[in-house]
Design a protein around this ligand. Structure first.
Ligand code: GUN
Length: 296
């Protein structure tokens, strides 16, 4: 069984990006920059945003975190986004979700200039992904990270049956779009299951590649997996664990202990897909910079 080490691959990607950031700095006198907006004080979001900023600095990119109060009006938030759209030193803009209820997520997504939308959430980027214009869009970081793991571990996906459990706009849908692309590293037959799929194991048991992105702790058990399948766990769920000092522990959507006994390859949680998301965010930011300055 191959343990897919997303932490190690993400470190490798970051060191490659760091070299590029420096090279471009020498050539242009400019440094790629990512601006992250966080609204309110959601503790999980604060951790994510801190990690994103830390990783930016690690590879020599400019990082800016804009902390705004939960009471900010939608109009004021849109104004802040517009300033970033017009700032030539900002190459990537990310508005951390979830947002307070009085703010319309979609209005915010639409306000970010597609050329700086390093999350890949703007419909222009989503549309380009759907029609296969991958070199002209940004791809949502988590599914992009999964593809990168397949590439770097030389996991064959062509002609395979990929079953995705979860249909979110951030992971499930873009993951399905990517896996069905007519490209050597993808080119899979794709099935998407979700919370309303009856007898879900009838589908998951057919998977050569099983991607779990449903946000339910240990949802995928050994009985649901074909022997020899490649299993990708996108879930990050906090569960109670009295043996831990914090009283809590992170687990994925896959019952790792059971499933790892029959999978041919599997991603752990933590240390699998999670670190790849940040690496691909940095990669998207550098891509934005390269497109802006006609580099690479
Ligand atoms: N909240 C959780 N994951 C993400 C993400 O990938 N992007 C943004 N903007 N917010 C998130």
């Amino acid at each position: 069984m191959l343990l897919i080490d997303g932490k190690a691959i993400s470190e490798q990607i970051k060191s490659e990006l760091k070299i590029k950031v420096e090279t471009y700095k020498q050539r242009t006198g400019k440094v790629a920059g990512l601006s992250v907006i966080i609204v309110g004080e959601n503790p999980a979001s604060q951790v994510y945003v801190r990690n994103k900023a830390k990783s930016c600095v690690e590879i020599g990119m400019r990082s800016e975190v804009i902390e705004l109060p939960a009471t900010i009006s939608q109009a004021d938030l849109l104004k802040r986004i517009d300033e970033l759209n017009h700032n030539p030193d900002v190459h990537g803009i990310l508005v951390q979700q979830p947002l307070p209820k009085h703010i319309d997520d979609f209005a915010i997504t639409l306000a970010i200039q597609p050329e700086k939308d390093v999350d890949g959430f703007h419909p222009e980027n989503v549309g380009k992904l759907c029609i296969g214009r991958l070199d002209e869009c940004f791809i949502s970081c988590t599914p992009f990270g999964v593809i990168e793991l397949f590439k770097r571990y030389q996991i064959q996906t062509e002609g395979k049956h990929c079953v995705i459990v979860g249909r979110s706009n951030i992971v499930g849908k873009p993951m399905a779009m990517l896996m069905m692309q007519k490209l050597k590293q993808m080119n899979a037959t794709v099935t998407v299951c979700h919370s309303a799929t009856p007898n879900i194991s009838d589908f998951t048991r057919q998977a050569d590649i099983l991607i779990a992105a449903i946000g339910k702790a240990n949802f995928i058990t050994a009985e649901m997996v074909k022997s020899g399948a490649v299993v990708i766990d996108v879930g990050i769920n906090q569960i109670d664990d009295a043996t831990k000092k914090s009283g809590k522990r992170l687990v994925g959507d896959v019952d790792f202990d059971g499933v790892s006994k029959l999978a041919s390859a599997i991603t752990p949680v933590p240390g699998g897909v999670g670190p790849m998301t940040i690496a691909m965010l940095l990669s998207n930011t550098l891509t934005s910079f390269e497109r802006h300055y006609h580099l690479s």
